[in-house]
Design a protein around this ligand. Structure first.
Ligand code: SF4
Ligand code: SF4
Length: 434
């Protein structure tokens, strides 16, 4: 079985066996065993929902610490518009850049350039594309993993283009060593992430062998270090004098609908939030969604500004980012002919296609899989079908799969064993007449 990196862990000592995480997990990756939550490595899609719902704060994100980059001779940090949105609109994004430098980064490279280039590349791609529709955006890694695990038939509809953050890091890796006369390995490129999914996309990308980034810190961690610097710089800051001529800011792809707006598309649809995204993916799978050529989907509500590793309320962040865009955004200029040439050479394409993620319940051998499904259905028939969660599985069907898989025993069902009040086993019909 493949091993998967995940950017969160459950602290058993703190876990109180609450069922909230289990019931909110979109892929039914969580089980409660011996009173403690645990998650399946293969089913977890890194959406981060469990981190936000755990009432005991027992689920911790795993990101790099700033000290871990000290061995690099030169450190380049790549912030996103989500970081700027954590500050109110009176904070010029350039103040955030200055504050990042005070934290020890040697250079700050915004994703504005790559975001604009990739919006243009997307338009070029759509003009040539004649595959199945709708195409599905690729910049939310939790969405990609959700499709790999729960909607394997839709992987071929994921946009096969690289994302602005990776394109930015690749450009830095190409240009900075020459400019600085340093070896590429002496330059550390660090991303600031709003979610565990982006951490995972850097540590173990689904679409390439390695990321162009060397590490990743969370917005949450950097925000508390950054805040005092931002406030102090703001005191003395004069935008007229202090912002360099060549500084440009773009609100980027942080918000829902920004890809669509940037690429000026027709027949699009934008959806955010896991439940909504899954409803739309169900509709696509069942051929119920028509006249949509492009779906922009982000698993967090309102997009990355609603990520699990951000600090402020996403609606406040949304207001901030809209105002920042109105005040500070500038159109980015780039050489379209050069971009078109690189596009023709597949420079912006994913390194390898995104494939479905196999799960161990469904064997690669069809006969074994069918046998398992029949066995699961046989167990399931005996269960009460009330999805109470008392067995430690989120649904009776998931419990039946666990039994067939040897990870649970049918006697773990309190209704079948009468564990609640010591009464004898009830016939299923008596529990659920249907
Ligand atoms: S990160 Fe998401 S998919 Fe993974 S265990 Fe938590 S809720 Fe489930
Ligand atoms: S919507 Fe953005 S913040 Fe949320 S999981 Fe996807 S990439 Fe991460």
């Amino acid at each position: 079985m493949a091993t998967y990196f995940h950017a969160h862990q459950i602290e058993s000592d703190r876990c109180t066996g609450h069922l909230k995480c289990m019931h909110s997990c979109p892929t039914q990756a969580i089980r409660i065993r011996d009173g403690k939550a645990q998650f399946s490595q293969e089913l977890c899609v890194d959406c981060g929902t469990c981190l936000t719902v755990c009432p005991s704060n027992a689920i911790m994100s795993i990101t790099d610490l700033l000290e871990e980059f000290d061995h690099f001779k030169y450190k380049v940090v790549v912030p996103t518009a989500v970081l700027y949105s954590q500050f109110d609109a009176s904070i010029h994004p350039y103040i955030v850049h200055l504050a990042l430098k005070q934290l020890g980064f040697d250079a700050v490279v915004d994703m504005n350039f790559s975001s604009s280039v990739m919006a243009y590349v997307l338009k070029q791609f759509l003009e040539q594309y004649d595959g199945p529709l709708p195409l599905i955006s690729s910049h939310c890694p939790a969405l990609i993993r959700l499709i790999q695990v729960k909607y394997p038939g839709l992987v071929k509809q994921i946009l096969p283009l690289d994302v602005p953050r990776e394109v930015t890091a690749r450009e830095i890796r190409k240009t900075f060593p020459q400019k600085l006369r340093l070896k590429p390995s002496e330059i550390g490129i660090i991303y600031i992430a709003p979610c565990p999914a982006k951490v995972v996309s850097i540590k173990q990308p689904a679409e390439k062998s390695t990321s162009w980034f060397d590490g990743v810190v969370s917005i949450k961690d950097i925000y508390r270090l950054l805040y005092p610097h931002v406030i102090a710089i703001k005191e003395e800051f004069d935008a007229e004098k202090d912002v360099p001529e060549n500084f440009s800011f773009h609100s980027g792809w942080a918000q829902l609908g920004s890809t669509i707006r940037a690429a000026k598309m027709d027949n699009w649809m934008a959806v955010s939030g896991l439940d909504h995204v899954m409803r739309v993916l169900d509709d696509i799978e069942n051929s119920k969604l028509r006249n949509v050529d492009f779906l922009e989907a982000m698993t967090c509500m309102l997009g990355c500004i609603g990520g699990p590793l951000v600090v402020i309320n996403p609606y406040v962040a949304r207001a901030n980012i809209i105002k920042q865009a109105e005040r500070y955004e500038r159109e980015v200029e780039f050489d379209k002919v050069k971009v078109e040439q690189k596009f023709e050479q597949n420079y912006y394409s994913l390194e390898h296609p995104i494939l479905p993620r196999p799960t161990s319940f469904f064997d690669s051998d069809l006969v074994t899989s069918i046998k398992r499904i029949k066995e699961r259905d046989r167990v399931y028939k005996k269960l009460p079908h009330i999805d109470c969660g008392c067995c430690g599985a989120p649904t009776c069907l998931a419990f039946a799969e666990d039994v067939v898989h040897g990870e649970a025993d049918v006697t773990d069902c309190i209704y079948l064993t009468g564990k609640l009040d010591g009464s004898p086993i009830l016939p299923r019909q008596q529990i659920n007449p249907e």
